[in-house]
Design a protein. Structure first.
Length: 125
């Protein structure tokens, strides 16, 4: 898989991941819902990882794309500027959501615990 293809796969993950993650996190905080808070944090971590992948793959794909017919350097530069602006918001989210390895492990543990249904025992009454 080359950098151009990878960039096409991940370039919108930071934008939508940050949007949905922030909405889920705020909603979870307002409603005191642990599942929504965990989902929001997971989205923010995914957005940050996707941002890193998009940035690295975009740098590598830039030179290839600029040589394609019908693609102007100005258009590529505008896309790069928009990505850098988004990157300014996504990087701090990663710092907040994963400041330590322990917090990431706790987030993943909570996320997977919420996915597995708990067995209910019938009580006699």
């Amino acid at each position: 898989m080359d950098a151009t293809y990878l960039h096409l796969l991940v370039n919108h993950l930071p934008l939508f991941g940050a949007l949905f993650g922030t909405i889920a996190l705020v909603w979870g905080l307002l409603k005191h819902n642990a599942g929504l808070k965990t989902a929001g944090l997971a989205f923010l971590i995914a957005a940050s990882a996707g941002g890193w992948m998009a940035h690295i793959s975009g740098e590598r794909a830039e030179h290839f794309v600029e040589e394609l017919p019908g693609v102007s350097r100005r258009t590529v530069h505008e896309h790069e500027e928009a990505a850098e602006t988004t990157h300014l918001f996504v990087v701090p989210l990663r710092v907040v959501t994963s400041s330590t390895r322990r917090s990431m492990a706790l987030i993943l543990k909570k996320a997977t615990a919420n996915m597995i249904p708990k067995k209910r025992t019938k009580t006699k009454g």
